[in-house]
Design a binder for this molecule. Structure first.
Ligand code: NI
Length: 412
């Protein structure tokens, strides 16, 4: 997006989103961008969302899962409903974009586009309310704390999926042009698990290593050995990652460290590969420990499962994109994405689809999400809102047309 504060008209991406609806999305997005809030602290964001939904005549419920917001758009028939989801939280990053609406909160930035997701869901609500009522109710879900992968599971615990048959959402993405939507069946986000490995050696004098058991040397061998899991144990056609991100050990240059602690993340698209990575990590750690006589303790903190779009749901999402935007704007995802996304927690309970909204910003392509210079093209707001409204309608038609109950779908 350029630094020009004047919104580009939605017609620039040939959607039929009215210019005034688009302008309101841009205004909301920029206000959220200027005042970003971290996970679980999205109170002003939630208040802004609730204000917009009330303006549209809806009755939003705030304080869901802490700082989340939900609202229902009535349908022509009562439930089961279709849910549309946005995330609202920002990141602990100091913004360096130089945008006229850059963050005014030191060290906090909407560096993942969640300001846009929130604004486009409000826009989708406005589009849905402008026409005939949708076939079935549409539940709008504005969740907190996606960046910590905790918001979605807590929303589920608080019952936001009760009476909901399918759920849809998406993410802005600099790999696709504004106006495009990328939709792919299968895994579109990876599972995320953290691991901690503690190596117990024996401290000693740096001059007399034979009297000690050096946890640093054992840790270095282990870091290197762990690289063989992905390169030698997993099918190269199956995306997977093992990364050691932290290595803490030692207290002085002339003291041999008695203890080292490694921290890292493992990522996979396939649940079996996920399990295999965990098992290999435990096995290799144990073997390296035995090799050197050190005790090694491995622990995991389970994150989100992979986001997996079923073929049926991806097809429905694609049909909606073709209908809303035209076939030339619908893409397949070109690249494997090893990022995590807690939308997966909704998909553990009901079917749905997670897509990407093209938002490539000219001149800022090289700044990825979670970078202090991350930018995206606001025309993605129009495509996102238009697709969300359309998929809610088409999914509702399918639901009522086929006479399927929410329960039947959930079990499928
Ligand atoms: Ni994100």
């Amino acid at each position: 997006m350029s630094a020009d504060p004047t919104p580009s008209p939605a017609s620039a991406v040939q959607t039929d989103v009215p210019d005034d609806v688009f302008a309101r999305m841009v205004t909301l997005r920029r206000a959220l961008h200027r005042w970003p809030e971290l996970s679980w602290e999205e109170t002003a964001t939630a208040a802004a969302v609730a204000g917009e939904l009330s303006r549209l005549g809806l009755a939003p419920r705030t304080g869901v899962a802490g700082t989340g917001v939900i609202a229902d758009i009535p349908g022509r028939t009562d439930g089961p409903a279709i849910a549309l989801r946005a995330d609202m939280d920002a990141l602990p990053i100091g913004e360096e974009t130089g945008l006229p609406f850059a963050s005014e909160v030191a060290g906090v930035m909407h560096a993942c586009g969640h300001d846009g997701h929130t604004a486009m869901l409000v826009g989708a609500a406005e589009l849905l309310l402008a026409g005939d009522p949708p076939p079935v109710p549409v539940r709008l879900i504005f969740q907190p704390a996606e960046e910590q992968a905790r918001g979605a599971p807590r929303m589920v615990e608080e019952g936001v999926l009760d009476g909901v048959a399918m759920i849809f959402g998406g993410h802005v993405d600099r790999h696709y042009a504004p106006g495009e939507v990328a939709i792919t069946a299968g895994a579109v986000n990876a599972s995320t698990d953290r691991f901690t490995i503690v190596i117990h050696g024996r401290g000693g004098h740096g001059a007399r290593p034979h009297e000690a058991l050096d946890a640093v040397v054992v840790g270095c061998l282990l870091v290197t050995a762990l690289q063989t899991i992905v390169s030698r144990e997993v099918d190269p056609a199956q995306p997977s990652v093992v990364s050691v991100g932290t290595f803490d050990a030692g207290s002085a240059p002339n003291v041999i460290a008695a203890r080292a602690e490694l921290g890292g993340t493992i990522r996979a698209h396939d649940p079996d590969v996920r399990e295999r990575l965990r098992q290999a990590l435990v096995r290799i750690s144990g073997a390296i420990g035995e090799l050197h006589g050190a005790e090694i303790v491995v622990s995991f903190s389970s994150g989100t499962p992979p986001v997996i779009n079923t073929p049926e749901m991806a097809e429905l999402a694609r049909s909606a994109a073709v209908s809303a935007l035209g076939p030339e704007r619908v893409r397949e995802m070109r690249r494997v994405n090893m990022g995590g996304e807690d939308f997966a927690c909704f998909l553990e309970h009901i079917p749905g689809c997670y897509v990407r909204f093209g938002g490539r910003a000219e001149g800022a392509e090289s700044f990825p999400a979670h970078s202090s210079r991350f930018q995206w093209d606001e025309r993605a707001l129009a495509t996102g809102a238009r697709w969300m409204a359309e998929v809610a309608r088409m999914a509702g038609e399918r639901l009522s047309g086929e006479g399927l109950s929410g329960e039947g779908l959930a079990a499928s």
